[in-house]
Write a protein that binds this ligand. Structure first.
Ligand SMILES: Nc1nc2c(ncn2[C@@H]2O[C@H](COP(=O)(O)OP(=O)(O)OP(=O)(O)O)[C@@H](O)[C@H]2O)c(=O)[nH]1
Ligand SMILES: [Mg+2]
Length: 202
């Protein structure tokens, strides 16, 4: 089945894993540092201007937001809360970490994680911590280096290869690509990859 990204529709936002829909079907989650460009990437992927909120204030996406992806009844895209925003209380941060960790470790229908990173600083300490939570034995990982429009083609390629080498050194198996929501670059590659994940046998 071909996913119809343009028809993606918001289901709900949850602040607790207990409020998630039944753990069935297939979910593809998007994670990344606050302000990395996660919501923008989701909007580009779905060819929509305002599916996911793009905040000028970092840390806006505070809940797990779920979206239905047709034509399957039970395919979902999941916008996870951004991490690493400094100006929040310790309690709030703890809540987000907990929510993120619980989701990643407990969710059986999680088929793949798309890690959105600013191409100028991929694989920060917090990204590495997140990778520790991802059950890589049963979940694909794809790294999207976004805001590529901020760099020359040559610089972007250098960043991509650097990140690739770092992941290899960490023993983490992942695919990578450059991306720009602003220029709509890499969108078709991302759509193709997610379609493969959705259609692969579990
Ligand atoms: N130049 C450029 N700017 C981008 C790109 N993607 C996002 N931005 C900008 O980066 C800022 C953050 O984008 P968001 O998509 O809201 O980031 P986010 O990761 O969802 O942030 P939180 O929800 O706060 O965690 C916004 O000002 C966007 O306009 C891109 O590809 N190129
Ligand atoms: Mg966001």
């Amino acid at each position: 089945m071909e996913p119809r990204f343009r028809e993606t529709a918001f289901i709900k936002g949850v602040a607790q894993v207990a409020q998630l829909p039944l753990d069935e079907g297939i979910e593809i989650a998007f994670a990344g540092r606050s302000n990395a460009g996660k919501s923008s990437a989701l909007n580009s992927l779905c060819g929509r201007k305002a599916l996911a909120r793009v905040g000028r204030t970092p840390g806006r996406t505070q809940e797990i937001n779920l979206f239905a992806l047709p034509p399957a009844e039970d395919w979902r895209l999941v916008d996870l809360p951004g991490y690493g925003y400094a100006k929040v209380s310790a309690g709030q941060r703890e809540h987000w970490d907990q929510l993120l960790g619980d989701y990643l470790q407990a969710r059986r229908c999680l088929r793949g994680l798309v890690l959105i990173m600013d191409i100028r600083r991929p694989l920060t300490e917090l990204d590495r911590q997140l990778l520790d939570w991802v059950p890589l034995d049963r979940c694909h990982l794809h790294c999207v280096l976004t805001k590529a429009d901020k760099l020359s083609r040559q610089q972007a390629d250098r960043q991509l290869h650097g990140a690739q080498r770092e992941l290899e050194a960490m023993g983490v198996e992942a695919t990578l690509q450059t991306f720009s929501s602003l220029k709509n670059q890499g969108v078709e590659d991302l759509r193709g990859l997610l379609a493969d994940w959705l259609n692969a046998p579990a």
